[in-house]
Ligand binder design. Structure first.
Ligand SMILES: *Cc1c(COP(=O)(O)O)cnc(C)c1O
Length: 394
């Protein structure tokens, strides 16, 4: 493998990148469940600790299974470096604490994961790091919010649950112009459908818990980027502060990466069929999905992504009552806010993920009382339609 990897294409990298076989000749990657490593002599121990010699010391610093996952994900994102973390949230926290100091400023999309907003406003604010929130698709809003002390621009695209997009190329030019770093949480597309680094982003964040695992088993995350910022600065924070990924979880995610593209294509195909079908239902007032020609940013989605993803939402004319009725009438689809699973999930954002917002804030952000979000899984599309139809009639 080493020496050839640079030439391999995406599908090959997904199943082969990062693997170093041991003398046992194993075909699949082994799980190195060891907290520490031994040295052949006192001199070797000293050389490892001083950094003179590279190699394993302790699994908070490095672990071969975790390293294989890191190298594979970096290769798939087209990046130099990746550090694996204990969760998606610890990936965001590690990035911010490694790169920011008191007095620094973040500009973030208003439509990011709720816990990310809480991290910025409740915890980073305590350390003197302030965040301004802007509308995701509005480039002039981003530009207006940037201050001399701004260090990071942070976003998810497409957004959840309304599937709005940001133009990554334009935002990366803006970030460059103001000497800030562009950070993209690539949870919903994964590198199988969108590669932000190739579009100019500096850092990609992952909640591996979602599509990278893809089967709802483990919690994990990753930070992807260049050697200096991610490979050195974020890595140094991580090995010191400690929210590292376990070797067992890294192995599960490695297996997930091998089938990632096939799964993302299947999620996307089903979501598109379902979105078209929903558009034809009399009870449905509006469907939000980047693969629909009715989506205002359909041309950008086609240019920036190679697929439209597994997340969609739709608005029922009958408001909250109609929404809850539809959810309660399902027999198969899981009522849970999680996403990126083989199993389809359904939620009512206004009373769950966005329930802490005031009615006015929800109105402003488009989270109406009749809005339903579906993360489309891998079940048969006809079974999904039947399950959603049950609570739609009358
Ligand atoms: C779930 C999620 C996170 C947080 O990931 P965890 O693995 O749950 O910590 C961050 N960003 C997005 C977009 C998510 O969906």
């Amino acid at each position: 493998m080493p020496g050839h990897e640079d030439d391999y294409r995406f599908d090959t990298l997904a199943v082969r990148a990062g693997q170093v076989r041991t003398s046992e000749g194993e075909h699949s990657e082994p799980i190195f469940l060891t907290s520490s490593y031994v040295f052949s002599s006192a001199a070797e121990a000293a050389a490892r600790f001083s950094g003179e010699q590279s190699g394993n010391i302790y699994s908070r610093f490095t672990n071969p299974t975790v390293a294989t996952f890191e190298q594979r994900l970096a290769a798939m994102e087209g990046a130099e470096a990746c550090v694996a973390t204990a969760s998606g949230m610890s990936a965001i926290l590690s990035t911010c604490l490694a790169l920011l100091k008191s007095g620094d400023h973040i500009v973030s999309s208003r439509s990011v994961f709720g816990t990310t907003t809480m991290l910025f406003t409740n915890y980073l604010a305590k350390l003197g790091i302030e965040t301004s929130f802007v509308d995701l698709p509005d480039l002039s809003g981003w530009a207006a919010a940037i201050r001399p002390e701004t260090r990071l621009l942070f976003l998810e695209t497409p957004s959840n649950p309304l599937t709005e997009l940001a133009d990554i190329k334009q935002l990366s030019a803006l970030a460059r112009h103001h000497n800030c770093l562009l950070v993209v949480d690539n949870c919903f597309c994964t590198p199988a459908l969108q590669q932000p680094i190739k579009l100019g982003a500096d850092i990609v964040i992952h909640s591996a818990t979602k599509f990278l695992d893809g089967q709802g088993r483990c919690v994990g995350g990753a930070v992807v980027g260049n050697k200096e910022i991610v490979g050195t600065e974020v890595y140094s924070f991580l090995r010191t502060a400690g929210p590292t990924m376990s070797a067992f979880n890294a192995w599960v995610f490695l297996k997930g990466l091998e089938t990632l593209k096939l799964r993302m294509q299947a999620h996307s195909a089903s979501a598109l069929l379902l979105a078209h079908w929903l558009e034809q239902q009399p009870a449905v007032a509006r469907v939000f999905y980047p693969g629909l020609e009715s989506h205002p940013q359909y041309p950008l989605a086609r240019e920036q992504q190679t697929g439209f993803g597994g997340l969609l939402s739709f608005e029922l004319a009958g408001g909250q009552q109609a929404g809850w009725k539809l959810i309660d009438a399902t027999r198969m689809i899981s009522i849970t806010a999680n996403l990126g699973d083989t199993r389809t999930t359904i939620t009512h954002p206004a009373t769950t993920t966005h329930g802490r917002l005031t009615a006015e804030q929800r109105q402003q952000t488009g989270i109406t009382d009749g809005l339903i979000r579906v993360a489309v899984g891998l079940e048969d599309i006809e079974d999904l339609k039947e399950d959603l139809s049950r609570g739609m009639a009358g």
